[in-house]
Design a protein around this ligand. Structure first.
Ligand SMILES: Cc1cc2nc3c(=O)[nH]c(=O)nc-3n(C[C@H](O)[C@H](O)[C@H](O)COP(=O)(O)OP(=O)(O)OC[C@H]3O[C@@H](n4cnc5c(N)ncnc54)[C@H](O)[C@@H]3O)c2cc1C
Ligand code: FES
Length: 276
């Protein structure tokens, strides 16, 4: 029987500086068989360990259609993330997973899709946006609304430029505070809702970002007429095992690591505590 706590070794193949505190790590599993059989769904997460320091959960940010090398985008906020930021290409980390339920994909084919991302809420959504763009004709209108604290906080700047010019994606971004080079919208992400011509009918909205942004974005979507079942978000809870054993991430009878991290707002409303 395989030990669920035993990590695979993964090699860092690329490191991209996204912002002053956020880096994107490209990884591949060292073991050839594990690498060839590794698969994940959009919205799933990994437990990544810096050997000798500790382990923490991170959302897979890359396209699941290319699982042989995958990437995670990590903000330095504490011991594991600080240690990760000190590593270099070629260094080895431990990887367990993928874990969690993931976003619906096949279930929403034929529907319009709205993404509302704040800060480093964009990385987990990117694991859904990219395969959706691969299968673009199978979805209706695709709209991405992205907000960050400042222009310096925007992740994936090169990819954002491509989304801006794509004919079949409606992309808008905003920053809370602009700078001298910023000519776009200034204000939190919900301030672009009135300008975004949001389609409510037959649309599923995916919302990811800091808790305060998720709360206000969901309130605004409900006001526009979205049904709670058509608003999908992710919950962050302090995790240990990642596999439903330790109870650290429990909210009532649900484990965020196992039953989530993806929940519809209708499911969130049924949880015994207020989560957004
Ligand atoms: C499903 C999931 C996906 C995630 N995806 C990403 C991602 O893609 N990128 C990313 O950068 N981060 C992501 N995170 C967040 C990341 O896992 C945490 O920030 C993690 O704690 C970082 O570990 P650390 O050791 O660097 O920091 P820590 O030392 O854990 O400290 C980080 C922060 O958490 C607080 N904290 C520490 N212990 C506790 C506790 N017991 N209870 C509550 N708060 C505590 C600290 O005060 C500090 O503010 C994700 C979290 C989850 C649950
Ligand atoms: S992290 Fe252990 S039960 Fe979820």
């Amino acid at each position: 029987m395989t030990n669920i706590y035993l990590p695979h070794l993964a090699r860092i193949i690329t490191i991209q500086d996204d912002t002053y505190d956020t880096k994107t790590f490209g990884l591949e599993l060292v073991d050839a068989e594990a690498r060839n059989t590794f698969r994940f769904r959009p919205g799933q997460f990994l437990e990544i360990a810096v050997l000798g320091v500790g382990e923490a959960p991170f959302g897979l940010a890359s396209n699941p259609n290319h699982p042989e090398a995958f990437f995670v985008t990590i903000r330095a906020v504490g011991s594991v993330t600080d240690a990760l930021h000190k590593l270099s290409p070629g260094d080895i980390v431990g990887v367990r997973g993928p874990f969690g339920n993931g976003f619906p994909f096949d279930e929403i084919k034929g529907k319009n899709v709205l993404f509302v991302a704040g800060g480093i809420g964009l990385p987990p959504l990117r694991s859904l946006i990219e395969p959706m763009l691969d299968a673009r004709s199978e979805f209706g209108d695709v709209q991405i609304l992205y907000g960050a604290r400042s222009p310096a906080d925007l992740v994936y700047k090169n990819r954002l430029k491509e989304w801006e010019t794509m004919q079949d994606v409606r992309f808008m971004m905003t920053v809370d505070v602009g700078d001298s080079g910023w000519s776009g919208n200034v204000g939190v992400v919900t301030t672009i809702f009135p300008k975004a011509d949001i389609i409510v009918d037959n649309t599923v909205a995916f919302v990811c970002g800091p808790p305060i942004m998720i709360r206000f974005a969901i309130m605004e979507l409900l006001r526009l007429g979205f049904a709670p079942a058509n608003i999908i978000s992710t919950l962050e809870r302090y995790m240990k095992c990642g596999v439903g054993k330790c109870g650290h991430c429990a909210i009532g009878h649900k484990y965020v690591c196992l039953d989530g991290p993806v929940f519809s707002y209708r499911e969130m409303m049924k949880l015994p505590e207020r989560v957004v």
